[in-house]
Write a protein that binds this ligand. Structure first.
Ligand code: CAA
Length: 383
């Protein structure tokens, strides 16, 4: 395990940090207030070649590694957690299953525009009765000649309705559990495919999140992703990678809050000296920095494992669980250091505190991460 960044990684970090500081930070508060998507910034990310970071150049990507992608999500999230998850959901969830399981035709048609940032991707798994229990999927896809007919709905879908391309999971063979679920590529604009309202969320308000509604949507047979019945495994494998993205988002949010708190602790004078030089605050900062370093190590090493094509599902679950748990602690401590000032709207720590919470919930709650980790440790329970 090396998890050492190279000069090229740090150059990329500097490039994305500059972009985030110039293009996202100045508008982040207003996006949060308005529940508005950063259309222009996402377009520019595409133009910079950052929407397809880990995909080969032949498919429109930047041809960089998984660690580069993690750094990109971290740096965007450092100034705005919402913008970070737009990239994460697009790269890990909307694009990766097509890259990993798509036919050459599917890759040319769907992955190339996604990786070039010409289109935005999303992932439709969660349903009202299939949240943590993703195998409880109720959306159906019935084969009728040369097409499937898709009916049902999805909730809490990141990047909807902005996304153009959706990887959607539906039951093709009822009553056989997870082996009866298949994956499909579904395009926005198809007849019968509509969206519910854009949710009004507590945090990550610059990202869009909406319901997907399928009413007799005709999905051509060639849009089946992988084989019939492989959908659940595709979803699980996709989430293994997605969790590196969410861990990076959590890390970035926490890093931004920590840096703000560190600066404030040097400037704010109470009892005749900067509060950072009073032990109650200096020890808090020491704990925050240590937690950030641990989270970064876990994330970067999971990214390296994925890059090396060795099993990494347990490590990505550990990274996601730990980084999101400490993101809550670090943003809470950062706000505490700011005191009453941090409680005010317009303060970055106030937004970071709200943005951090979702990272312990989506792409598998941290309770589910513990299920995943312990199943790797213990194997299947005795019958
Ligand atoms: N890779 C490949 N295959 C896998 C796998 C993986 N990581 N994990 C499980 N599988 C396979 C199993 O081997 C098993 O295969 P067989 O049928 O051949 O035996 C099959 O999948 C079923 O596995 P389980 O019996 O373990 O499945 P389960 O029903 O007990 O569920 C679970 C396991 C881990 C709890 C799973 O339901 C899960 O991950 N739930 C959380 C769902 C989730 O993360 N949702 C997030 C939605 S997306 C999102 O949040 C995005 C966003 O907003 C940004």
């Amino acid at each position: 395990m090396l998890f050492q960044t190279t000069p090229a990684h740090e150059e990329l970090r500097a490039k994305i940090r500059a972009f985030a500081e110039e293009e996202v930070k100045p508008i982040a508060f207003q996006l949060d207030q308005d529940n508005a998507f950063p259309d222009e910034a996402i377009k520019k990310l595409g133009e910079l070649g950052l929407m397809g970071i880990p995909y080969p150049k032949e498919y429109g990507g930047a041809g960089l590694d998984v660690l580069s992608y993690a750094i990109a999500v971290e740096e965007l999230s450092r100034v705005d957690g919402g913008t970070g998850v737009i990239l994460s959901a697009h790269v890990s969830l909307g694009s990766w299953p097509i890259f990993a399981y798509g036919t050459e035709e599917q890759k040319q048609k769907y992955l190339v525009p996604l990786a070039k940032g010409e289109k935005i991707g999303a992932f439709g798994l969660t349903e009202p009765n299939a949240g943590s229990d993703a195998g409880g999927t109720e959306t159906t896809a019935v084969l009728k000649g040369d097409h499937y007919v898709l009916n049902g709905g999805k909730i809490f879908i990141t990047n909807a309705p902005k996304a153009d391309t959706y990887v959607v999971f539906a039951v093709t063979t009822p009553d056989i559990g997870t082996r009866g679920i298949s994956a499909f590529i579904v395009e926005k604009g198809w007849k019968g495919f509509s969206f519910g309202d854009h949710y009004d969320k507590m945090g990550i308000r610059s990202s869009s999140t909406a319901e997907l509604i399928f009413d007799n949507v005709i999905v051509p047979k060639e849009n089946l992703l992988g084989k019939e019945g492989e959908g659940f495994k595709i979803a699980m494998a996709t989430l293994d990678g997605g969790r590196i993205g969410i861990a990076s988002q959590a890390l970035g949010i926490a890093q931004g809050a920590y840096e703000n708190a560190l600066e404030y602790a040097k400037e704010r004078i109470q009892f005749g000296k900067p509060i950072g030089f009073q032990q109650t605050i200096s020890f808090k900062l020491a704990d925050m920095a240590t937690k950030l370093r641990c989270a970064r190590m876990l994330i970067y090493s999971a990214a390296e494992l994925k890059e090396a094509h060795v099993p990494y599902g347990m490590e990505s679950a550990m990274a996601k669980m730990y980084a999101s748990d400490i993101a809550l602690e670090v943003t809470n401590d950062a706000l505490q250091i700011f005191g009453g000032a941090g409680f005010m709207k317009g303060m970055e720590v106030e937004r970071a505190y709200r943005d951090a919470k979702i990272t312990t919930i989506y792409e598998g709650t941290n309770e589910i991460q513990r299920v995943v980790i312990s199943s790797h440790l213990l194997g299947k329970p005795p019958k």
